[in-house]
Design a protein around this ligand. Structure first.
Ligand SMILES: [Zn+2]
Length: 291
């Protein structure tokens, strides 16, 4: 979706590789089960740092490490800093006109930026586990979009130059975090009101039957959130487009119509195959421990 926020020249490039981007957009989540360092890149439990967390935690990585130690930062999540790191990597990939690497890094950074826009990726209570609301992570992030994403408005506007990438991603995290109270409180209120025997339902997914939040329950929650999921998603899409666009600008707007060495593709596809194999080799139980 972010592809359509881009200026024509760059949009055409990404359009040619849409399939690659959407296929690889899920790689970071798979990597969580394979690479130990991966998980903290997807979130920041910012409220761990106290009431005034956004004032307390330095925006710059080095300053944050000096204040809290790298171990602490890793323990509570590093998404804003990781987005910055990926951004630098993307600029370099553009400079080198390394197309497979541009695409892979674009998919990666897109994933992390999207995560930073999800309120429950910014709190220690990421799955409502501290307030007896277990499951709310997937409810907000997957179930509501599954039911309503086709009604969202995807006319989003144009990607813009990101002057200060770190500040931009921190703003996204802060806005996400500001929504955490509503995400939790609305569900809590709804849960108190709603007949408990109608809260969940069973639906078919392929050949299996899964327990989901019922359509009625979801509809009520959707109403209460007043398009919050859509708003966060739209903000995420424009931010992703803007980071891609800015990285390309920073790299001097390289032309990207060169031939790709088939070896480069093979390398990336082999990597992906390995990732999938490693992922599927993990017991389902540990894979489900997603939120
Ligand atoms: Zn993620």
């Amino acid at each position: 979706m972010a592809v359509f926020t881009l200026p024509t020249e760059l949009m055409d490039f990404y359009k040619d590789h849409l399939e690659f981007i959407s296929e690889h957009a899920v790689d970071p989540d798979m990597r969580r089960y394979v690479v130990k360092e991966e998980a903290p890149r997807h979130y920041i439990d910012i409220d761990h740092y106290g009431e005034d967390c956004f004032k307390i935690v330095p925006r710059e990585w080095d300053e944050a490490v000096a204040k809290f130690s790298e171990d602490t930062l890793q323990a509570y999540g590093i998404v804003p800093w990781h987005v910055k790191r990926m951004y630098v990597r993307l600029i370099n990939a553009f400079k080198e006109k390394d197309i497979p690497y541009i695409l892979k890094t674009s998919a990666d950074i897109g994933h992390y930026i999207a995560d930073a826009h999800v309120p429950l990726h910014t709190t220690e209570n990421y799955n409502g586990q501290l307030t007896n609301q277990k499951g709310i992570h997937g409810f907000w992030e997957s179930r509501l979009p599954e039911l309503y994403a086709e009604d969202y408005n995807y006319f989003i506007g144009r990607a813009e130059m990101v002057k200060d990438p770190l500040a931009t991603i921190w703003t996204a995290v802060e806005r996400s975090h500001n929504a955490v109270d509503s995400v939790l409180e609305f569900e809590r209120a709804l849960n108190d009101d709603f007949p408990s025997d109608r809260k969940y339902a069973f639906e078919e997914r392929g050949r299996s039957t899964v327990k989901v939040y019922s359509r009625d329950y979801s509809a009520e929650y959707h109403q209460m959130l007043d398009n919050m999921v859509e708003r966060r998603m739209r903000a995420s899409i424009i931010t992703i487009g803007s980071f891609w666009y800015s990285a390309w600008l920073e790299a001097g707007q390289p032309e990207l119509n060169g031939e790709i060495d088939p070896k480069d593709w093979e390398e990336i596809e082999a990597e992906k195959k390995q990732l999938e194999a490693d992922y599927h080799a993990k017991p389902v139980k540990s894979r489900e421990h997603d939120e």
